[in-house]
Design a protein around this ligand. Structure first.
Ligand SMILES: CC(C)(COP(=O)(O)OP(=O)(O)OC[C@H]1O[C@@H](n2cnc3c(N)ncnc32)[C@H](O)[C@@H]1OP(=O)(O)O)[C@@H](O)C(=O)NCCC(=O)NCCS
Length: 156
């Protein structure tokens, strides 16, 4: 049982490399990513350690007594681009909404963006329920034949 009153965010660190790799290569996660390619652990490790070292990325793990999911904020346009996931074992408990609310609280003020595939109904519902606005998607994505929604919210 997850006690929602005990969940918290902590910064990701290099010992999360394997955990985040397992999440990243989960077929459901790949199917809901703009880039659906699978990659090796070595590639992930390189990518992950670059992200941890970068001042342009802030990477959190959602915890209870164990890790439940992750959220990443990347510098993007005039604000931050959000990527997030919840471990499949803990879907259906509203944790996706919680991780975004908690992440944005950590990040405080700013403009937040997300790209979501139109088939990703849970994610779309989450952003809509948090009052993100649906904005115009760039032509480059339309050319890739991807059905995508772009969301934006200004956090004051
Ligand atoms: C997106 C993700 C975090 C959502 O997980 P979650 O928080 O457990 O989602 P929930 O099951 O609580 O669903 C969120 C909402 O969508 C609704 N929903 C879920 N599946 C649905 C479906 N097939 N049809 C209609 N509504 C659906 C839920 O009822 C819930 O609505 P509510 O808050 O009004 O009850 C999870 O699916 C995930 O990690 N997916 C893979 C990675 C991913 O897609 N990340 C986002 C990329 S933009």
């Amino acid at each position: 049982m997850i006690d929602k009153s005990k969940i918290f965010l902590r910064k990701a660190n290099i010992s999360d490399a394997l955990l985040t790799y397992k999440w990243a290569v989960d077929p459901k996660v790949r199917a809901n990513s703009l880039n659906s390619n699978v990659f090796s652990f070595e590639n992930h490790l390189q990518w992950f350690s670059n992200k941890l070292d970068s001042s342009e990325t802030i990477y959190f793990i959602l915890m209870e007594r164990f890790p439940l999911g992750q959220i990443r904020f990347e510098k993007f346009e005039d604000g931050w681009l959000i990527s997030f996931l919840i471990d499949e074992l803990f879907h259906g408990k509203g944790l996706g909404k919680e991780i975004i609310k908690m992440g944005m609280k950590e990040m405080r003020e700013g403009v937040f963006y997300a790209y979501v595939l139109e088939k990703n109904i849970p994610s779309i519902k989450i952003f809509e329920s948090l009052e993100f606005e649906s904005i115009k998607v760039e032509d480059e994505y339309k050319k890739m034949n991807l059905s995508i929604k772009k969301f934006m919210k200004i956090n004051k």
